[in-house]
Ligand binder design. Structure first.
Ligand code: DAH
Length: 346
């Protein structure tokens, strides 16, 4: 019996020593102490022993039983320790979302604004902010668009309700274009002027994919001695080539605007079909992208600037429309909707 006990002890201490997982240790524990385990079964043989033998075997059996129990417990601790260490060293495979990916960025229109303002800063233009809520005179009258003149029909205007102010109805409006900035500057009576405005305008529009009540315009105005159409052509090409690439081609077409004489519509050769005619340019091969001209002498009348000494040019276009063409954005409403899918794309 003594030999058997020693044999079990030797065999199992060895097995416990080699075990490397909790699962293995559990099955060793069962093999020893389970219902039919080697240690559990041994006492069943004790009745066969003589009294003296039993007195010897009893304590030896208990000692081995305890030793094996402790050995298993100790080994369990070691295995646990090791698995913790392994976990610590293991690299996590599930990556968190990097902060960078969640950071916001400037709106497409704001990025474009910065780009264009930088371009014109280089030519010495400065940004002049005129009010969004404007007097009729700056938006229309000083721009050679008298009251009740049919040319007013070119702008669908949103008027401000002035019934609570001491202001005649129809005098205050949301400006329909950025052109209000140049009579404001010219009335100060100082030349030369080399200014620009990239800002919001508003119109009473039936909203659809191409029309919005709120949109941007970019406009430049230059007043000085010997300012001519040649300067206008240079500025126009400078901007279009910078935005659409060196190959961009444009043409001037006579066009009526009340505040310029001569007035021109500026078309740009379609960047998609190179003039052949496609869906985007409605088959014409050209896009109308800007309006421009030489400042009308009547606009000088509301200022102290002498139109015999000074001439001026003005050039304006819709950056939202330009971005729609450049990025093939089919609906102008995306600019104001704040839809993340759209915002994140640009
Ligand atoms: N203000 C015009 C509009 O909103 C655009 C425009 C036309 C601006 C001719 C100009 C210009 O500076 O010379 O339709």
């Amino acid at each position: 019996m003594q030999d058997k006990i020693s044999q079990i002890k030797k065999e199992y201490l060895e097995k416990i020593g080699k075990a490397s997982s909790l699962k293995e240790l559990d099955s060793l524990f069962l093999a020893l102490f389970g219902k039919k385990g080697e240690i559990a079964l041994l006492p069943k043989e004790f009745p066969k022993l003589s009294d003296t033998e039993r007195r010897k075997i009893g304590p030896a059996f208990n000692a081995v039983k305890q030793e094996l129990e402790k050995a298993i417990e100790k080994k369990r601790e070691e295995v646990r320790e090791e698995s913790y260490k392994a976990l610590e060293n293991e690299k996590l495979t599930l990556q968190g979302v990097p902060l960078e990916a969640r950071k916001g960025h400037l709106h497409l229109a704001t990025q474009f604004k910065k780009e264009i303002i930088d371009l014109f800063n280089k030519l010495g233009f400065y940004q002049f902010d005129a009010p969004h809520v404007e007097w009729d005179k700056y938006n229309f009258e000083y721009l050679n668009i008298p009251k009740d003149h049919p040319s007013r029909d070119m702008w669908d205007t949103l008027y401000v309700d002035t019934s609570r102010l001491e202001v005649e109805p129809g005098q205050m409006l949301l400006r329909t274009h950025t052109s209000n900035f140049w009579p404001r500057l010219m009335e100060k009576g100082k030349a030369p002027i080399r200014a620009m405005s990239f800002d919001r305008c508003f119109r009473y529009e039936a909203i659809d994919a191409r029309h919005s009540h709120t949109f941007n315009q970019f406009e430049v105005a230059v007043v000085g001695e010997k300012i001519t159409m040649a300067n206008l052509k240079f500025l126009s090409d400078y901007l279009l080539k910078a935005i659409l690439g060196k190959e961009a081609k444009s043409r001037f077409r006579p066009k009526y605007y009340p505040f310029v004489e001569p007035g021109v519509g500026i078309d740009c050769l379609c960047v998609f079909c190179h003039g052949r005619g496609c869906k985007i340019c409605s088959g014409t091969g050209w896009f109308e992208i800007a309006g421009a001209g030489m400042i009308h002498p009547n606009v000088f009348k509301s200022t102290d600037l002498d139109p015999k000494k000074y001439t001026g040019l003005a050039w304006g276009f819709g950056p939202d429309r330009m971005l729609m063409i450049k990025h093939e954005i089919e609906d102008i409403r995306y600019f104001l909707e704040g839809d993340l899918k759209f915002l994140q794309e640009y």
